[in-house]
Each structure stands twice: as structure tokens, then as C-alpha cells.
Write a protein that binds this ligand. Structure first.
Ligand code: SAM
Length: 333
């Protein structure tokens, strides 16, 4: 059963945030001036339980969702996350994946794999410790993220690496990152810095356009475009002409892909957002904790999706950056 929104877009992907907490304070995502000691994070009882997430996941799958990405905050901070992975991996025809900063992977890679995780994405913004620690703002060294990537690869988990590129912060890291992950055989994806939330003080001038990133790599390591793996794939793919692997670019600012967007997002407290740049979520936790049947839950999700009109990135302008939006750490990256 496939449900379509007002623009004819099916529902295929669900991102589930399992916590709004993170052990990093990346300046472009959770700057410590905002997410400091006094910040009120969600309390445990406010978070969806694994059983509630599983029940919701099954309702989404009934509407055509084929892939669930666990995210946050830092998802590996959520205790016993493996239990959730196990529950989701048991759902037929569902691809379960995870996005992490990699810091806890050395301890967790094997149990995640054993629980049925299919693959994962690790975020890393530079190979230069000075640049990386300035960005993560908790003095976390590059070497430990690389150790996490190696730990995941060693247990047989396919790893992709995500790098957010911000003008003046880490653009010089693009080529070293491309060289290293080409050599190690991991797909590296470059993400344009986006105006999510409000706390990062985003400016259009901070965005390094994907075309500029591709041109810089192509000048040293020639690239050629590759067709998408499936309609609606977020990253545009490029392969090294000499057969040395591929990279991707996620150009949500300079080449928005709202027309193909098949993603819904569930916050850690169970609010459903149909756009990363959404303002008001729909409270699904009230439903799962209330007295509704699985059928009614499914119907409500369908009703929300068919009314969906969001296409924020296509209408983005200098003015829309000021519109109210939720933070990425809350809604899940
Ligand atoms: N903690 C996990 C991690 O580090 O991957 C998962 C959550 S994090 C919010 C998910 C991804 O969103 C990371 O790759 C992060 O770099 C990216 N991200 C956060 N803020 C962003 C922004 N303003 N623009 C583009 N990407 C952003």
C-alpha cells in the first residue's frame, strides 16, 4: 500500500530520532551557547519507548516505508539501542540503518551488527584535528572516529561517511577526505551546510556549493556522474573515472530535491514531521499512549501524509531562513 501526498510523492523513508542528546557540540548543529548546562533536554519518560517505536514503524511500513534510519542527537547514547535494532530488523522487507558520530562504535559495532543493523553512516567533517575539534567543540580527535569506522568495517558493516562542508571552517578538508576514503573504499558524501533550526546562525555565504566541491575533487581525481540507485536518492553520485570508487553530494541548498522527497521524520518524543524544515509536528505519542488501534494509528499517519505540501528547500530564500523551524538535533539528521 503506497500513500501519496498532494504533490504525488510516496512515503518510503522514515528517520527516527531516539534521543535529542549528543556528546558532541558541533558548532553548526548544537552550539554550546544554546545547548549548555541549562538546556532542557527531553526526559526519559518523554521519549518513545522501543516498543512504541516498533509499533509506529510497523504502521509506517504498512504505508510503503522501506527504509528506517535511526538518528538523533547521537543515537548510540540511547541505552540498549541494540534492542530497538533487533525489533526493527525483524520487520519484513525493511532496511535498517543508522547515522552516528562514530564515537561509541569501537564498543558497539559488533552488537549492532549482531542485532541486525544493515549498514551505517558516520559523520566526520575533517581529518585535521584542529579543524575537527573546532567543529565538534568537545576536543574529540579524528583518530577515534576513524577507529569507529574501522570497527564497523571490521565486523562487516558497510560504512558511508558524511561530511558537512562549511565555508571558512573545513573546505580545505574536502580533498584530504576524498583521498583517504577513496583509498579505504568507503563512499564519502559531502553535505551542503543547511539552514536547519535557528541556533547555528546560518548564512547563505557559509554554503560551499556542491558543484564547487565536485570541481575541486575532479581537478585532482577525475570524476564522472553516475545514475541514482533509486528515484528520490538524496545524494547525487559521482565515480572516480579510474574505477577507484565513488562519492556523493547532497546539494539541498543549491539543487533542492523536494520534488522527490519521500521522507518522514519522527522526533524522539514522537512528533511526526514531514519536512526537515518543519515547524509543527504531529503528536503520534499521544496516539500510541492513548487508546487507538493499530488500524487507527495507520489511518492517522496516512491522513497526515496525504495532506503534505512541504517543499521548503525549493522556496528557500534569504527571508525563509528566519522562519520558525525545529533544531536538527531534535528532529534527527
Ligand atoms: N549524531 C549523529 C551524527 O553525528 O551523525 C546523528 C545526528 S546528526 C544531526 C546527523 C547529520 O546531520 C550529521 O552528519 C551532521 O553533520 C548533519 N548536520 C547537522 N546540522 C547540519 C546542518 N546545519 N547542515 C547540514 N548538515 C547538518
Amino acid at each position: 500500500m503506497s500513500v501519496r501526498d498532494t504533490l504525488g510523492r510516496p512515503l518510503r523513508d522514515l528517520r527516527v530520532s531516539v534521543t535529542d542528546r549528543c556528546n558532541f557540540r558541533c558548532v553548526y548543529c548544537m552550539p554550546r551557547e544554546v545547548f549548555g548546562r541549562d538546556y532542557r533536554f527531553l526526559e526519559r519518560r518523554e521519549l518513545l519507548s522501543f516498543e512504541e517505536i516498533e509499533r509506529l514503524a510497523r504502521a509506517f511500513v504498512a504505508h510503503g516505508v522501506e527504509k528506517i534510519r535511526i538518528t538523533g542527537g547521537e543515537p548510540l547514547l540511547r541505552r540498549d539501542l541494540e534492542r530497538l535494532i533487533e525489533k526493527l530488523a525483524a520487520i519484513d522487507d525493511l532496511d535498517v540503518t543508522l547515522t552516528t558520530n562514530g564515537s561509541l562504535l569501537p564498543q558497539k559495532a559488533q552488537t549492532l551488527r549482531d542485532a541486525g543493523l544493515g549498514r551505517l553512516t558516520v559523520s566526520l567533517d575533517s581529518l585535521d584535528d584542529e579543524v575537527f575539534t573546532t567543529m565538534n567543540d568537545v576536543d574529540f580527535p579524528v583518530e577515534r572516529v576513524l577507529a569507529g569506522i574501522d570497527a564497523a568495517a571490521a565486523v562487516g558493516l558497510p560504512v558511508k561517511v558524511n561530511m558537512v562542508v562549511k565555508r571558512g571552517a573545513n573546505e580545505d578538508s574536502v580533498l584530504p577526505m576524498a583521498r583517504l576514503f577513496r583509498e579505504r573504499g568507503h563512499i564519502l558524501r559531502f553535505i551542503e551546510y543547511m539552514d536547519v533550526g535557528h541556533s547555528n546562525g546560518w548564512r547563505l555565504d557559509d554554503v560551499v556549493p556542491a558543484a564547487e566541491i565536485v570541481a575541486a575533487i575532479d581537478a585532482e581525481l577525475p570524476l564522472e556522474p553516475v545514475a541514482p540507485n533509486y528515484p528520490g536518492e538524496v545524494a547525487r553520485r559521482w565515480r572516480y573515472s579510474d574505477g577507484g570508487g565513488e562519492i556523493g553530494v547532497i546539494a539541498s541548498v543549491t539543487a533542492p530535491f523536494c520534488g522527490d522527497c519521500t521522507r518522514a521524520r519522527l522526533s524522539a518524543e514522537g512528533r511526526l514531521y514531514t519536512c526537515l524544515f518543519g515547524v509543527r509536528g504531529h503528536d503520534l505519542r499521544a496516539l500510541v499512549r492513548g487508546d487507538v488501534s493499530d488500524g487507527e494509528l495507520r489511518e492517522e499517519i496516512g491522513r497526515i501524509w496525504v495532506r503534505r505540501t512541504d517543499r521548503y528547500s525549493e522556496i528557500r530564500s534569504a527571508n525563509t531562513a528566519e522562519l520558525p523551524k525545529v533544531e536538527m538535533s531534535y528532529i534527527g539528521g
